[in-house]
Design a binder for this molecule. Structure first.
Ligand code: 5GP
Length: 328
């Protein structure tokens, strides 16, 4: 029994640097990891220190990591002896900018999430694909391109809008056209995963719109504000989250003279544009990085589209780590 392989896997939701951890019984025995790493927990015998290996490491020796309970107590402020400053700072940043999206009451948010391998079976509902993007990623365009190439496999969720229907449009195709009153009622009833205003009209994407794509056995691709992730992370949708970051030109460039390398499609970018793009990517990464399955660095539309296509194809064939609560 002692030699049986552990089946407990955790996705790390924080970075751990044993050499900076004053609470560990042995810094040298610690296992360093980065948020997003999958850890195989070998023993949970000790309530404060687990032994774990990193999945994908060739290193056979297990190392010490703080247990979930221990780490949670630290994040809850009950544990103050160890000065893991970097965690504290990044948590403060998150709360500062996340507003109601932050989740201080939920320690799961910050420690480990138990995960398991999941492979979509042919008769199963396709997973929801969620694109989030930082400034300049143009994820809607990316989504439309990939779907246009393969409209019988992929589809958008048809949004609702209060704006008048144009002559060439059909209700239920481009949009579900609804009255403002109806839209307000739907909003109050929490029908939308996200909604917003544009030129005094309301727009929003409903949960039902996603379900109806999946009912046709198509893979639904949505591009949303990252705040919507909380609503979408359910066993029903099993979202695969792709964070699209535009490749930001490195180094200092003269004002208005910077273009993205490799004939990218940003056009001319000023230093300020570049700075804002970087900042936007950093912010999303800090707040939502732990919910991201895959980062796609976008050089230009054509190569990003090809990469996205490849990811979508693998999604139907390979297994991926998902929270255990999605499959139990
Ligand atoms: P149009 O009225 O020209 O079809 O769309 C105008 C704009 O409405 C789009 O460019 C987009 O910014 C916004 N829009 C369209 N669908 C949605 C949606 O589902 N949610 C939100 N928040 N905005 C949308």
């Amino acid at each position: 029994d002692r030699f049986r392989e552990s089946k407990v896997y955790m996705r790390a939701l924080f970075d751990y640097i044993p050499l900076e951890d004053k609470a560990t019984p042995c810094q040298e025995a610690g296992l360093p990891f980065t948020r997003g790493d999958i850890l195989q927990v070998v023993t949970q015998d000790d309530p404060t220190w687990w032994q774990a290996k990193r999945v994908g490491d060739s290193n056979l020796r297990a190392g010490l990591i703080p247990s979930k309970q221990f780490q949670e107590s630290y994040f809850n402020g009950q544990y103050i002896a160890g000065l893991r400053r970097s965690f504290r700072l990044s948590r403060k940043d998150r709360q500062g900018s996340a507003g109601e999206g932050s989740d201080p009451g939920d320690p799961d948010f910050m420690t480990y999430e138990e995960v398991t391998r999941y492979q979509q079976r042919p008769n199963e509902r396709p997973r929801l694909v969620v694109l989030i993007g930082s400034l300049g990623a143009r994820i809607n365009e990316l989504k439309q391109r990939v779907i246009a190439e393969n409209p019988h496999r992929y589809a958008v969720a048809v949004p609702h809008t209060t704006r008048p229907k144009k002559p060439h449009e059909k209700d239920g195709v481009e949009y579900h056209f609804v009255t403002k009153q109806q839209f307000d009622v739907d909003t109050l009833n929490n029908k939308f995963i996200e909604h917003g205003e544009y030129k005094e009209n309301q727009y929003g994407t409903s949960i039902e719109a996603i379900r109806s794509v999946q009912a046709k056995n198509k893979m639904c691709i949505v591009d949303v504000q990252p705040e919507a992730l909380k609503r979408l992370r359910t066993a029903e949708f099993k979202p695969y989250v792709i964070f699209v970051k535009p490749r930001v030109p490195e180094g200092r460039r003269r004002r208005s003279a910077a273009t993205s390398p490799g004939g990218g499609d940003h056009g001319r970018l000023t230093d300020e544009d570049i700075q804002e793009m970087r900042q936007s990517a950093i912010q999303i990464d800090q707040q939502y990085g732990h919910l991201v399955d895959r980062i796609l660095i976008k050089e230009d539309s054509v190569s990003a589209c090809a990469e996205l296509r490849g990811i979508l194809e693998r999604l139907e064939k390979e297994s991926f780590w998902v929270p255990v609560s999605w499959v139990r």
